[in-house]
Design a protein around this ligand. Structure first.
Ligand SMILES: *Cc1c(COP(=O)(O)O)cnc(C)c1O
Ligand SMILES: [Zn+2]
Length: 556
């Protein structure tokens, strides 16, 4: 399948060689691959029909002529996971996570490395240079080992030691640069120039953008399987579906630039009818894109000394990537937002505890941004949202979990007891007796499950559940819990009536109550509740932390 490399500045089209990084006419380094979309729109679907779900499925749209199967580590084809619990907490039922943690080395950089190394191998290149905040070098290092390519990896001294060890383990040379990531890039560039070696050019690398766009292709196919194709536009059927939002934590911007190009190509081939709004999230301590955008600047003002613990996101000077991304964000009605390190770490806990996904802080940054954008009303409850969960937490930094995350069970030595009894009594040492007792009265099973999950994720609660007001009242009178979480709209007996009955009984009159309701309350109803309850929480907008703080405050 023919493709050309089109210069973004002068429009000149040239054939592709991985080693030629500049436009032969105007010398620009900003170029992109262009395919025969007209022909592909007629042939692609047929070609896809019996291929496995991985990155090479879209090989006609990749700049590698003969993909070498022996280099593959199973890149691409990551699952699109519906975030049911998180969606319920946020009030956004159509929330999906593109789980890029499931790449061969645990981050979405595996796409970039797989395609780039395949192209370099095809071109006969045997040695290369890359600057990295960790993950790119890990991915390149793994693929380079398979391809017999020597990698010089330039990393900053802030990259966690476990990540450096991982790079070295695959046989690459790690060069530690004391300085910022931007400085490490300069040192790497100078090294590559002196030795005349191929150098990774970040977002200017054709293969990187092309690799990242496969995320868009996969999302469109997976969303179609889950939600069906988009509605036909002026009589023309649409084959696939694009989400309303694509949310990603951004350092250099390669991911969203690639994903945008992917959706644009799908649109050109008539497979989707829109490009999703792009939400670019950065860490407050290194947010040149967000700051520049909010000041209305078309080019980015670099951050010279990044102040974030999230080293993966520490690109201080995004260069022209920002300007390109800004255009795409404006065109798609997307947005730029930043979050604090603390917000990112908190989001990391929420993601793990609510959805079973352990993500590295950089990936969690996207979720913290999501929470912020939903709260601000930028992302709407009915929107279909895809968040890129870009990387796995391993290797985990110590400070993320903090102390107190295990409970010790001592296996007792006494001979008198049978081992099983011994183990049981040992388990009773972590028993629920002394845990605070919470009654959940709610007629929706999903809401009960969510509240239970939020409480359980933090440990020490014994939880009782009732499915309607009447049953709830009996339960409360019998168990006399420390706290009641009460729904208002329920069959048999509604929450207002339950409250009246509780207050009329001396045994239950002083048990604190949190009302959690999906209902918009009238001023009258609010007044009525005002004197009777401790806290009112609207379902959908209560987040893990706030809710738990309320619970803890009331129980103490
Ligand atoms: C590289 C990386 C990012 C940032 O990606 P860009 O699209 O290049 O800005 C985010 N998260 C993780 C885990 C990464 O490895
Ligand atoms: Zn040019």
């Amino acid at each position: 399948m023919p493709f050309v490399i089109r210069c973004l500045d002068c429009g000149h089209a040239a054939p592709y060689f991985p080693t030629s990084t500049n436009c032969p006419r105007c010398n620009s380094q900003w170029r992109e691959a262009e395919y025969d979309y007209e022909t592909l729109s007629k042939t692609l679907l047929l070609q896809l029909s019996n291929r496995p779900f991985d990155l090479w499925r879209y090989r006609e749209l990749l700049p590698v002529r003969n993909p070498n199967a022996s280099l593959s580590l199973g890149e691409g084809g990551t699952p699109l996971i519906q975030a049911v619990n998180l969606g319920m907490m946020l009030g956004t039922p159509n929330l999906f996570i593109k789980d890029e943690r499931q790449g061969p080395t645990g981050s979405f950089k595996d796409r970039q490395a797989a395609v780039t190394i395949a192209a370099l191998k095809e071109a006969g290149i045997t040695e290369m240079v890359a600057a990295s905040t960790g993950n790119v070098a890990i991915s390149y290092s793994a693929y380079a080992s398979r391809a017999g390519i020597k990698l010089w990896a330039f990393v900053t001294s802030l990259v966690p030691a476990v990540k450096m060890r991982e790079i070295a383990l695959y046989g690459s040379q790690v060069v530690k640069v004391t300085g910022s990531y931007d400085q490490a890039k300069q040192v790497a560039a100078e090294f590559a120039r002196q030795r005349n070696l191929y150098q990774d050019m970040g977002a200017r690398t054709i293969t990187s953008i092309e690799a990242m766009k496969t995320i868009a292709f996969e999302i469109a196919e997976q969303l179609t399987a889950l939600q069906g194709p988009a509605k036909p536009a002026n009589g023309k059927p649409i084959v696939w579906r694009a989400p309303d939002w694509y949310v990603q934590a951004v350092s250099g911007g390669m991911g969203p630039l690639g994903v945008y190009k992917g959706f644009r190509e799908l649109q050109q081939m008539g497979l989707v009818n829109r490009i999703p709004s792009i939400a670019v999230i950065q860490a407050d301590g290194c947010a040149p894109m967000i700051q520049s955008f909010k000041q209305g600047l078309e080019t980015a003002v670099p951050v010279t000394s990044p102040k974030t613990h999230i080293e993966t996101l520490a690109t201080g000077d995004p260069g022209r990537s920002y300007s390109l991304l800004r255009k795409e964000v404006l065109e798609t009605h997307g947005t730029f937002e930043s979050v604090s390190d603390e917000e990112a770490f908190r989001a990391m806990h929420v993601l793990a505890k609510m959805e079973g996904l352990s993500a590295e802080p950089a990936a969690a940054t996207a979720f913290a941004g999501l929470f912020k954008l939903i709260r601000a009303g930028v992302i709407k409850p009915s929107d279909t949202i895809v968040v890129n969960c870009t990387g796995h937490t391993m290797p985990a930094e110590e400070f993320i979990l903090g102390s107190n995350w295990t409970r010790d069970v001592e296996f007792p030595a006494q001979k008198a007891e049978t081992p099983q009894e011994g183990l049981l009594s040992a388990l009773n040492q972590v028993a629920p007796e002394r845990f605070h007792r919470v009654a959940i009265v709610d007629d929706t099973a999903e809401a009960r499950r969510l509240i239970r999950r939020i409480l359980q994720s933090q440990g020490d609660f014994t939880i009782y559940e009732a499915t309607n007001g009447k049953e709830g009242l009996q339960l409360i009178e019998r168990e006399l819990p420390d706290l009641i979480i009460l729904d208002l709209m329920m069959p048999e007996m509604d929450g207002f009536a339950v409250l009246d009955a509780l207050r009329a009984n001396a045994d239950t009159a002083n048990i604190p109550v949190i009302v959690a309701t999906a209902k918009e309350l009238t001023p009258d109803e609010k007044n009525r509740l005002g004197t009777q309850i401790q806290t009112l929480m609207q379902k959908g907008d209560f987040l893990n932390d706030e809710f738990l703080e309320e619970v803890k405050a009331l129980i103490k």
